[in-house]
Design a protein around this ligand. Structure first.
Ligand SMILES: Nc1ccn([C@@H]2O[C@H](COP(=O)(O)OP(=O)(O)OP(=O)(O)O)[C@@H](O)[C@H]2O)c(=O)n1
Ligand SMILES: C[C@](O)(CO)[C@H](O)COP(=O)(O)O
Length: 240
């Protein structure tokens, strides 16, 4: 259920899903966001997570201008397609934000979430929104590092302290005006691998909110089966 009757005076929450990648590391011969997971396209799992959250006013998905698949999988309501994908993830998001000018108010919140993270659900969306609250620098789901971390530079191996290290997930949520300012200020789009880093470059510290391993980014071929196992284990009990 979407489009909650949120009074215009209160900031609303919108989802922006970058889905214009080619999936080179997946090496599937087609964009990975459309590969089936438990028989449903990966992107549809992601869209359904936002459609299941009563907090999300509307979801926007950014695809390539010539994407031939999206129209067949986008649900009938609650989701709008923006055919403005760019050469990098950040450019796709920046183009998407530009397309939302006028539709989203400056103080509305935008939750940017990778199409390639199909394990998201309404519980994690709720946790991010509640724990980020009104934090001026926004917030993101993340997981503390639990393994020992090695750096390997041309065969020179060393150990990096894992104290204070977290692995960023998505959604990453920011007020619309802040996210636009941060991405506009980014000089090298290919160096901005997540939206929080652009906000940090302004001198701000987004809040880290504990995510979940099931919210993994499906990047390599082995990740498909892992995502399926998480999703199968996390399916709601069938109603009688
Ligand atoms: N130019 C791009 C590149 C990526 N993305 C999106 O950003 C998310 C995270 O990117 P990633 O996992 O790197 O996806 P790809 O870029 O498709 O993967 P690869 O780097 O292996 O090509 C994905 O949902 C992807 O579709 C995008 O919208 N536009
Ligand atoms: C945004 C992100 O998912 C946070 O971990 C990650 O940076 C995306 O990286 P990618 O190389 O674009 O998949």
């Amino acid at each position: 259920m979407n489009d909650p009757a949120v009074p215009a005076s209160r900031p609303r929450y919108f989802a922006l899903i970058p889905a214009a990648g080619v999936g080179a590391r997946m090496a599937a011969g087609s964009p990975k966001q459309y590969l089936p997971i438990l028989g449903k396209p990966m992107l549809r799992h992601t869209l359904d997570a936002f459609l299941s959250s009563p907090r999300i006013a509307h979801t926007y998905v950014v695809v390539s201008a010539d994407d031939p698949v999206i129209d067949a999988i986008v649900p009938g309501q609650g989701v709008s397609v923006l055919r403005c994908g760019g050469a990098t993830r950040m450019e796709s998001i920046r183009n998407g934000l530009q397309a939302l000018h006028g539709a989203v108010a400056p103080d509305d919140w935008v939750l940017v979430h990778d199409a390639a993270r199909p394990g998201l659900d309404a519980e994690l969306i709720d946790r991010l929104i509640v724990e980020t609250g009104e934090h001026p620098a926004g917030g993101l789901l993340a997981l503390p590092v639990v393994d020992t971390v090695k750096r390997n530079v041309a065969g020179e191996v060393s150990t990096v302290s894992r104290d204070g290290l977290w692995l960023a997930q998505t959604p990453q949520m920011f007020r619309y005006r802040l996210l636009v300012r941060a991405l506009d200020a980014a000089t090298d789009p290919s160096a901005v691998t997540d939206d929080a880093s652009a906000v940090e470059a302004l001198g701000l510290a987004p809040k880290l909110v504990e995510g979940h391993p099931r919210n993994l980014k499906v990047t390599l071929p082995a990740d498909i089966r892992i995502a399926e196992m998480y999703l199968a284990a996390h399916q709601p009990e069938p109603t009688e």
